[in-house]
Write a protein that binds this ligand. Structure first.
Ligand SMILES: Cc1cc2nc3c(=O)[nH]c(=O)nc-3n(C[C@H](O)[C@H](O)[C@H](O)COP(=O)(O)OP(=O)(O)OC[C@H]3O[C@@H](n4cnc5c(N)ncnc54)[C@H](O)[C@@H]3O)c2cc1C
Ligand code: SF4
Length: 326
């Protein structure tokens, strides 16, 4: 049994004072509590941050939308500004988990939820992410749901979130606070590739807290969508997903942002694929070419090689959906 101390923070300063190496914040608890029960996460200190004033969703001072770290996934998905200006985020959130889970899960907790690799959650298995240097049972093992891009010889775990794929296509920024002050990190720089340190997943330092996420103002005329392909129609993680934000004028793609989920070790964005579409006429052939750019040269395992074709089809279909009536 892992013994830990528990405190309920009354302010951000309070929470930061108790935080540090070996400490974990608990928000909705839908990831952390599961992993503690499995002995995968064994924090010495657990700090409940639910009483902090970080649940607001509203205009960001510099324009766009600011989403507090404690805003629940369901509240964000149904917020009028999100539905109106960032439908890709509403769709991504509503495609995730179940209604009950979305009522608990928070924006900040979702950003740092852990992989669903079965070996990561099983303390009897070798897993470099859980126990650095112990090996990777997924390479050559069961890896149907794992990544085909961004992998390393040490870890092929897929990033599980839907929210974060949409946030990547929206070019969100993550606000962080900690003992050394505040900082803002573009979401494209927030996640780390596994390399030879798969236990490090983000740029968060021990004891740092996410306070909010900001979305830039929506590009004029932009349309967006999130398409998620999975084994079951609900309550299931993505095998492949695509978030697309595009502006189309008279049949020409002016501005395109694409992020993919299910296929990568982090929410996957490839600027070359977007550039291959920008300034071009809408066409199925161009969509296929963009998908090819993202999924060429990838290194699948036998158990997840189907994701190469699935990922291409997912993106092509999402691009067709978002440009359909433009
Ligand atoms: C059965 C099931 C199905 C699911 N299906 C999906 C799905 O289809 N798609 C999907 O995207 N997700 C899915 N999820 C995951 C779910 O979305 C996450 O568990 C949830 O978003 C985590 O948020 P939380 O607030 O509960 O986090 P917690 O469990 O409270 O915390 C998770 C992690 O984040 C850290 N943390 C929390 N808040 C902060 C903060 N402000 N700053 C720094 N660190 C913080 C915690 O210390 C912990 O390490 C599923 C989960 C379950 C249990
Ligand atoms: S893929 Fe990563 S998380 Fe899964 S067993 Fe290998 S090291 Fe662990």
């Amino acid at each position: 049994m892992n013994f830990f101390s528990f405190s309920r923070a009354a302010s951000v300063a309070d929470a930061l004072r108790d935080a540090g190496a070996g400490a974990k914040f608990v928000a909705g608890g839908t990831t952390l509590v599961d992993l503690m029960k499995l002995d995968v996460e064994t924090p010495a200190v657990v700090i409940d941050i639910n009483r902090l004033p970080l649940a607001e969703v509203g205009p960001a001072p510099e324009g766009g939308l600011r989403i507090g770290a404690l805003a629940r996934n369901s509240d964000v998905a149904h917020h009028p500004a999100v539905v109106r200006d960032y439908p890709v985020l509403a769709e991504a959130l509503l495609s995730g988990a179940s209604a009950q889970l979305r009522n608990m899960a928070t924006t900040g907790g979702n950003l740092v939820q852990r992989t669903r690799c079965v070996y990561f959650r099983d303390t009897a298995s070798a897993c470099n992410k859980r126990v650095p240097g112990s090996g990777c049972a997924a390479i050559g093992g069961y890896n149907r749901n794992l990544a085909i891009v961004g992998t390393s010889e040490h870890c092929i775990a897929s990033h599980p979130s839907d929210q974060n794929v949409a946030l990547t296509a929206l070019e969100a920024t993550v606000q962080i606070t900690g003992a050394r002050g505040d900082r803002s990190v573009p979401i494209g720089e927030f996640y780390l590739l596994p390399g030879d340190t798969p236990e490090r997943e983000t740029v968060l330092e021990p004891g740092e807290m996410i306070t909010s996420v900001t979305l830039p103002p929506p590009a004029p005329g932009a349309r967006s969508t999130y398409l998620k392909l999975r084994d079951r129609a609900s309550y299931e993680f993505a095998l492949a997903s695509a978030a697309v934000v595009a502006t189309v004028t008279n049949g020409t793609l002016e501005r395109v942002r694409i992020a993919m989920g299910g296929i990568g070790t982090k929410p996957w964005r490839n600027r070359d694929a977007e550039l291959a579409l920008e300034g071009k006429r809408v066409s199925a052939e161009r969509f296929a070419a963009a998908a090819q750019i993202i999924l060429s040269g990838v290194k699948p395992q036998p158990g997840n090689a189907f994701k190469v074709e699935l990922g291409k089809r997912c993106l092509v279909h999402a691009l067709k959906l978002v440009t359909a009536e433009a």
